[in-house]
Structures are given as C-alpha cells and as structure tokens.
Write a protein that binds this ligand. Sequence first.
Ligand code: ASC
Length: 132
Amino acid sequence: PAAAQFQKPEDAVKYRKAGFTLMAAHFGRLGAMAQGRAPFDAASATANAEIVASLSKLPFAGFVEGTSGTEKGQPKPNVWSDRAKFDEGARKMQEEVAKLAAAAKAGPDALKAAFGAAAGTCKNCHDNFRVQ
Ligand code: ASC
C-alpha cells in the first residue's frame, strides 16, 4: 500500500522531499526555541511538536527502490542494501519526535533535551545514508 500511491519513482522522490521539507520547517521552529533564538512559547512549541510527530510517519514510504543518487542530499544505495538499519533509524527518529510535545508542555529545559535527542536521530541517518 505504501508504494502503490506512487505511479512513478519521481513521484515518490517528490513526496518524501516534501515531507522532510515540512518536518524541517516545524522542527526548526522548535530548535529556535530550544536554542534561545526565539522566546519559549509552550502552546506554539506543543503545536509544532505535534505536527513534527505526525509528519515523521510520512516520508519513508517514498524511499522506493531505484531512487538513490550521487548528488548531495540524495539517498545512498545502502538505504536499500541495509534497509533494516535504515528502518531502525527511522523508527528511532519517530520515537524521539513523539516525545517532543510532552517536553514542550513541560518547559524550555525539557524541550531543549528532547530537541537534542531528536536532532541526533536526524543526523545519524544523514551521516549514514545521505550523500554529503
Ligand atoms: C534540523 C534539520 C535537520 C536536522 C539535523 C540535525 O532542524 O532540518 O535535518 O535538524 O540538522 O542534525
């Protein structure tokens, strides 16, 4: 069912990139608060955290076979040759971003810690699976 929504590989690429773009926008707003570049606002942080958690479920269906590349930002072939590790990284990210809303409600220190943990899971996959 995941792959069936895409008629062409390019559609899957477009879909996953759109998902990550939206995640980055909302995660970035949390980061600004977590790092003191924007004033902490519990309601706004919670709303952004809930959006990130929902969005985190979407992009991975777009990693269909045959869509690796060699340009900066593209997925390396090991996404598919080492798929269990990739999927585990995705699961870990989803687990950490699911904690952001509760942390946002708890306050700026909790948000800062949860943001750092979540960002680490983003970086882990970027380091291992994304062309630098
Ligand atoms: C972000 C963003 C990412 C991650 C990554 C964490 O805000 O857009 O891709 O955090 O930079 O290391």
